[in-house]
Write a protein that binds this ligand. Structure first.
Ligand SMILES: Cc1cc2nc3c(=O)[nH]c(=O)nc-3n(C[C@H](O)[C@H](O)[C@H](O)COP(=O)(O)O)c2cc1C
Ligand code: SF4
Ligand code: FES
Length: 534
């Protein structure tokens, strides 16, 4: 494959696309509510109406408004249909022929200018819901693999790293470490054998951003990994993806096969000296295996226990070799940064948090789904304007970010801009992108207990503060909820939180007390109201 051939595929694919294109969401959310049946019915209805050739049905990735799925969009008509059932499909076809018609059984008509969409800035998700994730040709038709070619023929490895550094991109897996710096560290390490890893373990309850990216645009992640591998000097990559994501795994496997077939993966990519292959490793569901050292141990076939750092994976990672490990969304940002330049990316967002962030907006919110917003957007903008607030006129009590490592933002702090540092200052964190809205009926001590229950059962048990501390913390929260706790127990709870944070070996234990500390900070009266009265 050379650049000319790549562009020929792009042109041919664009030419072959029918004039009218019906996009039907075929990502996990919509598939769980008859998305496949809707697509099948659309194909049948088009055949019955004799419209083949003029109209095509394209199964696409997540169209973002998951709470209203299955979603169907018609291009170029600009129609969006929500909560579509197979029985309503004939009405969609009827409106195709007569847009003014409003047949009886027409599905709910959506609005592509709805604040849920208009507040978004799709960079990571630019292809999500637009192209067929099972087709490498469709990816190539939207300039796919051009940036890999550029990074092989027009940019030096140092040049690629310079753009990533300039962009200000920080890791989207939770920690927010500067991506350019990490790449530069791996690139500088001596040694012939280096690895790149994509962390797709996504274990936070309520989070589904990485799953969606993989299901909707798998080639984007593969291309990002290949650019990274060439920049740091690696020739072998692994994607560590949880077993609970079968569709993402299937689409990744298919994408890897397709890329190999086109000479975009394997030996002498784009007829250059660069070799790069990717293997998938399926995780068995332990949350701690998302922690980078545990993940590496798991790929090595060992028990997924974290190790003390340093050495960091960049210095001595997989099988002792320098290893670049980044999150799915981090890799999905690479292609647009290389395409448009680091300065372009750095012009989006705020002084210290650049670019966009994808959130999985869930909980007590009218418009649930995937949102990608520029850094600096306020929490209120996401939850109340785009998300539509709490259904039935209810009020937001708190917004949880950062999953079991994060905390709750109370309603009076909703005007906080979304940035790494501002969220940390509030006692929560950006995390990987889970955003759960809680209404006035939520008991915040219950919330703290839920996350502690999660951490207690997911603790790997290697170090005492986390293994025993999370059990003790859970026990104290239970005593509180059963009205058995004293004021002394509450003091013990707080002191133990600090002890577990400061003495645990890895991020799981170090952050497990955060949901308790943050709810204590903003909702202390709820804890106190539960104390034993006698
Ligand atoms: C308990 C625990 C779970 C984690 N789970 C994930 C995860 O599911 N996905 C992820 O990308 N990073 C996860 N991380 C962070 C990784 O250790 C690592 O920092 C990240 O993959 C680096 O990629 P980034 O720099 O692109 O964010 C987790 C960390 C901890 C402590
Ligand atoms: S902090 Fe918890 S999860 Fe991490 S090593 Fe210690 S016991 Fe294991
Ligand atoms: S899964 Fe269909 S819109 Fe998100």
């Amino acid at each position: 494959m050379d650049l000319l051939e790549l562009r020929e595929i792009a042109q041919k694919t664009q030419e072959q696309q029918a004039k009218i294109r019906i996009r039907c969401c075929n990502a996990a959310g919509c598939l769980s509510s008859q998305g496949q049946e809707v697509k099948d019915s659309l194909e049948t209805a088009i055949a019955e109406a004799g419209l083949q050739g003029q109209v095509e049905v394209c199964g696409v990735g997540c169209m973002k408004f998951c709470g209203r799925g299955p979603l169907v969009a018609v291009d170029p008509q600009g129609s969006l249909y929500e909560l579509v059932t197979p029985e309503q499909v004939p009405a969609i076809i009827e409106r195709l022929q007569n847009p003014q018609a409003l047949p009886e059984n027409v599905p709910q008509i959506g609005d592509l200018n709805h604040p849920f969409f208009s507040g978004q800035l799709p960079i990571v998700l630019e292809n999500s819901g637009q192209i067929d994730p099972d087709s490498i040709d469709e990816y190539i038709a939207v300039s796919g693999y051009e940036q890999l070619h550029r990074s092989l023929y027009e940019l030096s490895p140092e040049g690629v790293i310079a753009e990533i550094t300039k962009s200000g991109l920080r890791g989207r897996g939770g920690g927010g470490y500067p991506t350019g710096l990490k790449w530069a560290t791996v690139a500088k390490m001596p040694g012939k054998q280096k690895y790149v890893i994509c962390n797709a373990d996504e274990g936070d309850p309520g989070a589904f951003m990485d799953r969606s990216v993989l299901e909707s645009d798998p080639h984007r992640v593969l291309e990002g990994m290949a650019i990274a591998a060439r920049a740091v000097g690696a020739n072998h990559g692994f994607i560590y993806v949880r077993a609970e994501y079968p569709l993402a795994i299937k689409r990744l496997q298919k994408a890897i096969q397709q890329a190999k077939k086109y000479g975009l993966m394997g030996s002498q990519i784009f007829e250059s000296p660069f070799d790069f292959k990717i293997d998938i490793r399926v995780g068995a569901g332990a949350f701690v295996c998302g922690e980078e050292t545990a993940l590496i141990a798991s790929i090595e076939g060992k028990r997924g226990n974290p190790k003390p750092r340093p050495p960091y994976p960049a210095q001595a990672g997989l099988w002792g070799c320098p290893t670049l490990i980044n999150n799915v969304e981090t890799y999905a940002n690479i292609v647009p940064i290389i395409r448009n330049g680091g300065d372009w990316y750095a012009s989006i967002g705020t002084a210290k948090s650049k670019g966009t962030k994808v959130f999985a907006l869930t909980g007590k919110v009218e418009n649930a789904g995937l949102v990608e917003v520029p850094m600096g957007t306020t929490v209120r903008q996401v939850v109340e304007v785009m998300g539509g607030g709490v259904p039935d006129g209810g009020k937001v009590k708190a917004v949880q970010t950062g999953g079991p490592s994060g905390g709750c933002i109370p309603a009076d702090k909703l005007d906080t801009p979304i940035e790494y540092d501002t969220l940390l200052a509030l006692g929560t964190m950006m995390g990987s992108g889970g955003m759960i809205v809680m209404d006035e009926h939520t008991n915040m001590v219950d919330v703290a207990q839920f996350y502690m229950d999660f951490c207690q059962s997911e603790s790997c048990g290697k170090c005492v503060p986390c293994r025993a501390g999370t059990v003790q913390l859970h026990g104290l929260l239970t005593r509180l909820l059963e009205h058995q706790a004293t004021a002394e127990d509450l003091q013990k709870l707080e002191a133990l939180c600090h002890m577990v944070k400061e003495t645990s070996l890895c991020g799981l234990g170090q952050s497990a007390p955060n949901p308790v500390l943050s709810t204590l900070r903003y909702f202390r009266q709820e804890y106190e109201s539960l104390l034993q009265t006698r």
